[in-house]
Design a protein around this ligand. Structure first.
Ligand SMILES: Cc1cn([C@H]2C[C@H](O)[C@@H](COP(=O)(O)OP(=O)(O)O[C@H]3O[C@H](C)C(=O)[C@H](O)[C@H]3O)O2)c(=O)[nH]c1=O
Length: 340
């Protein structure tokens, strides 16, 4: 006997890195939900990320853009969407420096178009939720000490983080103005399988394999807080189901690394896995011109999601990094994906 469908979730950006891990978790865990993945398949989206779940009965894919209001109308009408998990975004800071308008289009206008569809099709007393996936970059840059909490003031520095901050503000504004039920989560740097090879970790894995230079920006003294992507997906699952509408949850690994230390670790692990003499990959390190407006340090205080919802990371950095490297070594074609 077929189970009753409890939620029909429009999940945007499900062919991307974080999105595909969230799709996989929801499709395999919730047989009684319908998961509709709406993805524009830009350079960073790849349906191969979902080849293991694509045939599941509770999953379907729609190729399209969140800025397309007519498409959103037809999806909401045809599928009676009850919930949205919004992950579709332009996400690479360096690209945002070269092409800020694309980030405004997708991250700001796309989010508002989605919110508009929800406002149009959701009854005020219905069982609905707009779950917005965002970043810790909205808080700007920390100095050597301190952590971002949910009450840290927004202070974005890059066109990317400004566009994400704006999208967060719009989600809150729809909550205040129209009573739209929403939850926002702001997460630190993710890593893991299926990460597009433009971001630090997969790019450097690719370059080590190809024995190409490893471009470390500035002096490499920038610090990021790294979280295994599957732990992020689990946090989203928890906050989506147990979180309080109108709240924000910060998600982070409590795992800070200076870029240069992380690059050294990556080099040594790769030398070991590739059976190359220790030091071969470090020799590829090349200090290059810094990223303009480069944020010095991000670090998350994840006390709230820990205390209120019982979330904590389950994968250690050593384990996660090893899994990630092994995945790339067994999927070398993924690193050949052309960036347009
Ligand atoms: C690509 C690259 C990066 N870097 C440095 C720049 C950063 O200090 C650090 C990580 O850079 P990446 O571009 O991988 O990630 P962030 O700029 O920290 O941003 C990432 O984490 C947040 C939370 C998001 O929300 C972004 O969507 C996500 O891209 O390595 C280099 O030194 N060389 C390189 O070639």
């Amino acid at each position: 006997m077929k189970q009753k469908v409890h939620k029909t979730i429009l999940l945007t950006g499900g062919a991307g890195f974080i999105g595909s891990h969230v799709v996989r978790l929801f499709v395999t865990k919730y047989a009684n939900y319908k998961i509709i993945n709406l993805d524009a398949l830009t350079y960073a989206g790849n349906l191969e990320n979902l080849s293991d779940v694509a045939q599941q009965e509770n999953y379907s894919f729609i190729h399209g853009d969140i800025t397309d209001a007519a498409l959103l109308d037809s999806i909401f009408q045809e599928h009676q969407i009850t919930h949205v998990i919004h992950l579709a975004a332009e996400s690479h800071v360096d690209r945002s420096i070269n092409d800020p308008l694309q980030f405004v289009k997708t991250n700001v206008i796309g989010t508002v178009q989605l919110l508009e569809a929800c406002r149009k099709y959701w009854a005020s007393d219905g069982d609905h939720l707009f779950y917005h996936v965002s970043t810790d970059e909205v808080y700007g840059s920390l100095g050597q000490t301190g952590l971002f909490t949910e009450s840290t003031a927004y202070d974005p520095n890059s066109p990317y983080s400004a566009s994400k901050a704006s999208s967060d503000h719009f989600v809150r504004a729809y909550g205040e103005t129209y009573g739209m039920p929403y939850i926002i989560s702001n997460c630190s740097n993710n890593y893991g399988p299926h990460h597009f090879p433009e971001k630090l970790i997969p790019l450097f894995i690719k370059n080590i394999l190809e024995e190409q230079p490893l471009p470390v920006y500035g002096d490499g003294n920038y610090t990021r807080d790294w979280l295994y992507v599957v732990d992020h997906a689990k946090a989203i699952d928890l906050a989506f189901h147990e979180g309080i509408p109108g709240e924000t949850y910060n998600i982070g690994g409590h795992n800070e690394w200076r870029n240069i230390d992380l690059v050294h670790l990556l080099c040594d692990l790769m030398d070991d896995k590739l059976d190359r003499p220790i030091g071969s990959s470090r020799a590829l390190i090349s200090f290059v011109k810094d990223r303009p407006g480069h944020d010095l340090r991000y670090a998350i205080d994840a006390t709230k999601i820990g205390n209120d919802l019982g979330w904590k990371p389950s994968v250690t950095f050593e384990e996660g990094l090893n899994k990630t490297l092994d995945w790339y070594l067994s999927h070398p074609s993924y690193l050949k994906t052309p960036a347009s």
